[in-house]
Design a protein around this ligand. Structure first.
Ligand code: HEM
Ligand code: HEM
Length: 144
């Protein structure tokens, strides 16, 4: 199970990053042009949200079964002094969860009764912040 989930968690970022960047560009352009927030815009946000939630769910399972994190848990004191172990045990999960909260909040706000320009603005700003957070904590030494 570990190997399968690890591969899935490693493959999904290609799709997630692609749809996130596309949704970011789409909402930025729609914001600039003062376009309506249509059903298609809502669905774009929903696709990003579903992929992010799937990545979160798989990540949470990996967190408790991965040999990297479980070895870090045996001695958290020493793990904190090791930059690789600290990345997997703390920084990667915390920052990725923050990025996913931003994606979820953007989708949630886009369903509220607020004006369309504000919806597009919340979306592109949240997606940009989320993209920066994700890129900052991807384990670049092992991925892509
Ligand atoms: C947007 C969200 C996320 C992205 C884009 C992401 C991306 C990645 C990538 C690219 C790797 C390296 C995979 C490889 O070795 O080929 C990785 C590993 C890992 N991620 Fe995530 N991740 C995300 C969220 C999370 C979350 C929320 C958790 C935990 C709560 C998590 C836990 C882990 C763990 C434990 C590993 C190491 C697995 C191992 O090699 O044993 N990830 N992640
Ligand atoms: C640890 C796992 C998960 C957590 C903590 C979580 C959390 C949430 C939260 C808080 C919302 C509410 C967003 C709002 O205010 O509208 C939400 C919505 C949603 N989640 Fe997740 N989720 C998780 C896993 C999943 C998975 C595995 C999927 C499916 C692949 C999923 C699909 C969705 C969808 C489709 C919605 C939007 C529903 C709507 O249209 O309002 N989530 N999730």
């Amino acid at each position: 199970m570990y190997t399968g989930l690890k591969h899935l968690h490693s493959f999904m970022p290609y799709v997630l990053l692609t749809v996130l960047i596309l949704a970011l560009l789409k909402s930025f352009i729609a914001y600039q042009k003062g376009q309506e927030h249509t059903e298609a815009h809502r669905k774009n946000g929903l696709i990003v949200l579903i992929l992010a939630h799937l990545q979160l769910t798989i990540g949470l399972v990996l967190y408790f079964i991965s040999p990297i994190t479980t070895s870090a848990f045996t001695d958290m004191g020493s793990a904190m002094k090791d930059s690789t172990l600290r990345l997997y045990a703390i920084e990667h999960p915390v920052v990725m969860i923050l990025a996913i909260i931003l994606i979820t909040r953007a989708y949630s706000k886009s369903k509220k009764n607020i004006d369309d320009r504000t919806k597009h603005k919340i979306k592109w700003v949240s997606y940009l912040a989320s993209l920066v957070l994700i890129l900052s904590k991807i384990p670049w030494s092992v991925w892509p």
